[in-house]
Design a binder for this molecule. Structure first.
Ligand SMILES: Cc1cc2nc3c(=O)[nH]c(=O)nc-3n(C[C@H](O)[C@H](O)[C@H](O)COP(=O)(O)O)c2cc1C
Length: 170
């Protein structure tokens, strides 16, 4: 599968089969995160792989009851370990860096036939307590990971001419 096909066909998955994820597939997905670029090559990230049923249920509760998280055999929780660094452009580096790694992971997962759903709606404090995340570390995103148990959803996107302009902002 080429990169554009993965970008074009991937969609968020909100229903999962109980089927386990093979270790080699999980490893490749985590490698995609490890190999992704980061500002100044800081790599200020940590990815928590959660398989424990009770922990996944707690995470679903922390995610405002989005129960499909707990259906998936794995939940990956992506953290930024050095949240103080601000880039020259004024943006915090960790949110950008961790998000790039998550994007690479979800595309790699898709190529391997696995579903994901980037999740930003969760109570960070509760999530940190559940997973023993240190005070100074921030939780940026989480995603279930598993085999989809629903048909792919239609993509709804703006047209290119609505989001691109040339030479100056229009
Ligand atoms: C930063 C971010 C946060 C998101 N948070 C959630 C979430 O908490 N729950 C959820 O079901 N989907 C969440 N999504 C998935 C989006 O709703 C989804 O990507 C968007 O509707 C486009 O659909 P697609 O992923 O199927 O192409 C999130 C996506 C992103 C990028």
């Amino acid at each position: 599968m080429d990169v554009f096909t993965a970008i074009n066909q991937r969609c968020s998955v909100r229903a999962y089969k109980a089927t386990d994820v093979e270790e080699d597939k999980l490893k490749k997905i985590l490698e995609a995160a490890r190999l992704s670029p980061s500002a100044s090559n800081r790599q200020e990230w940590k990815f928590i792989v959660v398989r424990d049923k009770e922990t996944k249920k707690k995470l679903a509760k922390a995610a405002f009851g989005q129960s499909f998280i707990a259906e998936a055999p794995i939940v990956i929780v992506a953290c930024g370990t050095e949240p103080k660094a601000i880039m020259g452009c004024g943006q915090p580096a960790y949110t950008v860096n961790v998000s790039i790694a998550c994007a690479f992971m979800i595309l790699q997962a898709y190529e391997l036939g696995l579903g994901t759903c980037w999740m930003g709606a969760f109570k960070e404090d509760e999530t940190k307590k559940i997973l023993n995340v240190p005070e100074h570390v921030r939780v940026v995103a989480m995603t279930p990971l598993g085999y989809p148990n629903e048909p792919p959803s239609e993509k709804s996107r703006k047209r290119l001419n609505e989001i691109v302009c040339y030479e100056k902002y229009e």
